[in-house]
Design a protein around this ligand. Structure first.
Ligand code: FES
Length: 100
């Protein structure tokens, strides 16, 4: 929500709607559901997309690294612990695989 559409003119943009490529939830979406990592959901698309990029650069982050990555994402509902739990679980289950 901090990027104006004109700033990405000519770029390929993936939104949260493009995260899952079938009727199945993306592993991160499923983990957020499992850990109750969202309430109102306002922040969730941004956190999911930032996390996909983050995990593409760091496949096995610590909980502290996940918290640091989330520092630019404001969630007023969940208190971050379930979000960190969900991301950490996916990162560990994807070791040697593909989280994104
Ligand atoms: Fe409501 Fe994050 S779930 S702001």
């Amino acid at each position: 929500c901090l990027t104006l559409a004109v700033q990405v003119d000519g770029s390929e943009v993936t939104t949260v709607e493009g995260l899952a490529d079938s009727a199945e939830l993306h592993p991160l979406q499923a983990a957020f559901k499992k850990h109750h990592a969202l309430q109102c959901g306002f922040c969730t698309p941004g956190i999911l997309m930032a996390t996909v990029d983050f995990l593409s650069q760091n496949e096995s982050p610590t909980r502290e690294e996940i918290a640091e990555m989330l520092s630019g994402q404001l969630c007023r509902c969940t208190g971050y612990t379930p979000i960190i739990d969900a991301i950490y679980e996916v990162s560990r289950s994807a070791e040697g695989g593909d989280a994104g």
